[in-house]
Each structure stands twice: as C-alpha cells, then as structure tokens.
Design a protein around this ligand. Structure first.
Ligand code: PCA
Length: 325
C-alpha cells in the first residue's frame, strides 16, 4: 500500500506537469529483439518509471544488443557506462557459481518450480550483486529449454561433432559432454549463424527460436525441459543511490508490475511459440527415451561440477528450494 501510494503521488505529479531540473535519461541496454516478451516488458517498465517519476528519470530501452551485446551488459552497468540494463546472469557463472542456479539441468523445469527456485535464490543473488555495485530490480524466466537441430536426433551419438551455439557456461558444458562443438553466439546473431553454418544446433526456448525464425535453417525442436534461465534487470548502485526516495519507490513498484507481467507473458509465449515453430515447418515434440536418459547422465555430471563450485552457499539454496516443493 505504501509503495502504491508513493507511486500514485508521483504519477499525480506528472499530471501536474512537474518535472524537476534534475531530470535524467537512463539508457537501458537489452540483448533480445524488441518483439520478445522480455523486451516488451522492459519497455513497459521503462515507461512506467518515466511516467511515475514525472520524467525525473526517463528510461529508454535499446533492444537487440544495439547499445551493448548481452555478454557486455553486466560490466557496462557495474562500471556506470549504462545505469540500468537486462542480463542473463547465468552467463556470469565464472564470477560466482550461484549465478548459474537457474541453469542446473533438470532441477526446476516448469514455471512453478522455477519460481520456487528463484524465491530460494533471490536473497543470495541480490547480495552477490550488491557486492558488485549492482541493485537487482526484477527477474523474468525464459520458457523451458529444448534442443534444436537440423536433422532427427535420437541419441547423444547422433550429436557428435555438431557445431552448437551456446549462450552461457552451462550450454557450452552440455555441448562438450555430448561431443558437440560449442561456439558462443548472441541471440541477436543466431539467424545469421544458422544460415551460414557457423552453428547447426542450440539449446534454447521455443521463444528464441521463434523470435529468430530458425525454421529457415533448422528442422527439429526436442522439448527436453532442461532448465529455465532468467533475465535480471539490474541497476548501477551509484545511480540507484543517487535517485530520490520517491523515484526509488516508483522503480520498485514498476519492477513488481513488470515481474508479474513478464511471468504471465512467459507462460503465454511458451505454447504460442512452439506452435509458431510448427507453423514454420519444424518437427516439435518430446525427445526420445534414449536421448533423455543420456542427457540425464550429462546433467548429473554438470550438477556435480556446479555443487563443487557453488559450495555451501549453493547447497543452502538447493536445500531451501527442495524444502519449498
Ligand atoms: N533464450 C536466450 C536465453 C535462453 C532462451 O530461451 C538465448 O537463447 O540466448
């Protein structure tokens, strides 16, 4: 209630046309295409803040990696090159294994479990980010991750030697463990990578395959439901601390709305995009038993490696998650 009343007070200020002399423009880099639901949600968040602060903070989104490619967004925010932005934190597993909590194979594979896992992990992730000069605003999941190929695949043996597009450490490790050749490629670049043969496969959501029209190059999508990574919206802490209490309250309230809307869209987008892949001519369905069994074996190895890297801090999150199920 308190938040909402602050928000409404700030909105009323806008109506009165009160814009302070200290108005700031915050550029917000995003890695994914403007039409993707994460970007649509971020654009709504941006206009919520711009309106709610009466223009004191005007947030302008820059989708498709046009300001910074995904891999550079976190550093850009930490160093103040951008005050705010969106990033897939599992891409920074080398900084802290806990960032990859949402990319542990077969741990949380539906929206309900993904939310429980996030609830268990969020305080620790917030704290790690805080120590890195970052304030966490909200996070939205991607739909379950499945495997894309340009041929029928029924076993790990069928995957040997395939050029595989990765987007974080977990995806690259999965490729290695299944005999594929990982190459890191931003989502914004994948249509071209598949068209030119730089990559022939990936693990991702139906959403990203749909956004990038991968049916132009690929033929099969296997619903493996490996994990559900998240995009997090993070703010440079100096920028955050410099904002007025009223602006902070508006950003927090807008973030809550955005997280809710983003989740809702993620759920809606899951079936919609799988049908979109089918309409594009792709074969979409569950992976066969042999492939699932072999992927589980690779998953066990990845879980073991992650547990070793994440130590007691990671285990505490897993324990809290399992207790909440
Ligand atoms: N899409 C993003 C990350 C996970 C997903 O579903 C990507 O492929 O880059």
């Amino acid at each position: 209630m308190k938040k909402l009343s602050t928000f409404l007070a700030a909105t009323a200020m806008t109506a009165a046309g009160a814009t302070s002399a200290l108005a700031e423009k915050w550029d917000m880099p995003l890695a994914y295409s403007a039409s993707n639901y994460h970007s649509v949600t971020a654009a709504e968040f941006a206009s919520c803040v711009t309106t709610g602060t009466g223009g004191d903070i005007e947030i302008v989104t820059h989708p498709s990696g046009s300001l910074f490619p995904g891999a550079q967004i976190k550093r850009a925010i930490q160093t103040g090159q951008a005050p705010i932005g969106e990033r897939l934190l599992s891409g920074h597993q080398n900084e802290n294994a806990v960032f990859a909590i949402d990319s542990i194979p077969f741990l949380a594979t539906n929206f309900e479990d993904s939310n429980k896992l996030w609830a268990a992990a969020e305080p620790t992730i917030s704290k790690i980010l805080d120590d890195q000069n970052l304030h966490l605003l909200y996070a939205v999941p991607w739909p379950p991750q499945g495997l894309y190929f340009k041929k029928e695949v029924n076993s790990v043996a069928d995957m040997k030697g395939i050029k595989f597009r990765s987007y974080n450490n977990a995806t690259a490790r999965l490729a290695e463990l299944t005999g594929m050749l990982p190459v890191t490629i931003e989502a914004a670049e994948i249509s071209q990578a598949f068209a030119t043969g730089v990559a022939e496969s990936m693990i991702s959501s139906g959403a990203t395959g749909y956004d990038r029209k991968v049916w132009e190059s690929l033929t099969h999508f296997y619903e493996v439901d490996a994990w559900m990574p998240r995009n997090s919206i993070i703010v440079n802490k100096d920028s955050w601390n410099g904002a007025s209490d009223a602006s902070k309250a508006v950003m927090t309230a807008c973030a809550e709305l955005a997280e809710y809307a983003g989740h809702w869209r993620a759920v809606q987008y899951t079936d919609f995009t799988l049908n979109g892949l089918r309409a594009g001519g792709m074969t979409v369905g569950p992976a066969g038993d042999k492939l699932v069994g072999e992927l589980n074996e690779a998953g066990k190895q990845m879980i073991k490696e992650w547990s070793e890297a994440a130590g007691a801090e990671g285990q505490a999150i897993i324990d809290a998650y399992l207790a909440s199920k």
